[in-house]
Write a protein that binds this ligand. Structure first.
Ligand SMILES: NC(=O)c1ccc[n+]([C@@H]2O[C@H](COP(=O)([O-])OP(=O)(O)OC[C@H]3O[C@@H](n4cnc5c(N)ncnc54)[C@H](O)[C@@H]3O)[C@@H](O)[C@H]2O)c1
Length: 255
């Protein structure tokens, strides 16, 4: 088995200031890569950079980017390339379950909630894919990873628009993989319940939220467990994997 071998490689992360995006950013840095990471949350992003030291800090670059803003996405991608010379991979963790996940049936869902989820989970991915997959932007043989959900493959009771947005994103990833071929591998990681600030907020907001998430491995996953699979797919170790939907869900999708 080849090693990760990430020295001198550069990765661009969207939604990198928290949860799985942060764990992936740190794992890439710890394995010797340059990492440009962005987020909409300025305070968290600045704090994450200030927590880095020495060699890791010298290989890190931050910029505020809202994935729903195509121009901002493009500016960040170009700034990362200008800083490090070339870009070997991109991963997108920015996403949402919506403000009412788990509490509203489809007939109770407002236009505002619908638009918020679609803008972030579908248009956000479109912005990043369309700006980063332009021929010549990424190195030949680069890797793109999008973070979907176990609900990219399943319905979510009282979360129809969330599930629809994650299904749509998977369709976009699979289509892009067919378009880029060997030039860029494009994959989706599908987490189940993962112990992150987002998951904890849902548990606190919705009584019984965890009941719907029973799995053969009966615990939430860790952000590191998702980061490890994402980094594998970003690295050359995943060289024959493209167009894939890679579940990291404790077996939730086995039902
Ligand atoms: N935690 C889970 O149980 C779980 C399960 C399945 C899928 N997911 C998905 O995984 C992804 C990451 O979730 P997490 O649990 O690590 O969440 P998190 O809230 O810990 O991190 C998400 C990050 O995205 C950032 N973000 C939000 N909107 C943004 C925007 N418009 N532009 C740029 N950044 C933005 C947030 O500020 C935050 O730093 C999301 O797409 C989520 O839907 C999470």
């Amino acid at each position: 088995m080849s090693s990760l071998n990430l020295q001198k490689k550069t990765f661009v992360i969207f939604g990198g200031a928290s949860g799985m995006g942060l764990a992936t950013t740190l794992t890439l840095l710890e394995n010797g890569a340059n990492v440009a990471f962005s987020d909409i949350n300025r305070e968290n992003l600045t704090m994450r950079l200030s927590e880095l030291h020495g060699d890791l800090k010298s290989r890190a670059f931050i910029q505020i980017a809202d994935v729903t803003d195509r121009e901002g996405v493009s500016e960040f991608l170009n700034a990362a390339k200008a800083k490090f010379g070339e870009v070997d991979g991109v991963a997108n963790f920015a996403g949402t379950g919506g403000r009412e996940l788990g509490t509203e049936a489809v007939w109770e869902t407002s236009d505002k909630e619908f638009q918020f989820i679609i803008d972030l989970n579908v248009k956000g991915l479109f912005n990043i894919l369309s700006e980063s997959l332009r021929p010549g932007f990424l190195v030949e043989g680069a890797s793109f990873v999008h973070i979907g959900s176990q609900f990219s493959l399943q319905g979510f009771k009282n979360g129809a628009v969330f599930a629809a947005s994650k299904h749509a994103a998977l369709g976009m990833v699979r289509s892009a993989a067919k378009e880029t071929g060997a030039r860029v591998r494009v994959n989706c990681v599908l987490p189940g319940a993962i112990d992150t600030p987002m998951h904890r907020a849902n548990l606190a907001r919705v009584p019984g939220f965890a009941d719907a998430l029973q799995t053969p491995i009966s615990r939430p996953g860790t952000a590191q467990e998702v980061a490890d699979v994402t980094v594998f797919l970003l690295s050359d170790q995943g060289s024959f994997v493209t167009g894939a939907a890679w579940s990291v869900d404790g077996g939730a999708s086995a039902f």
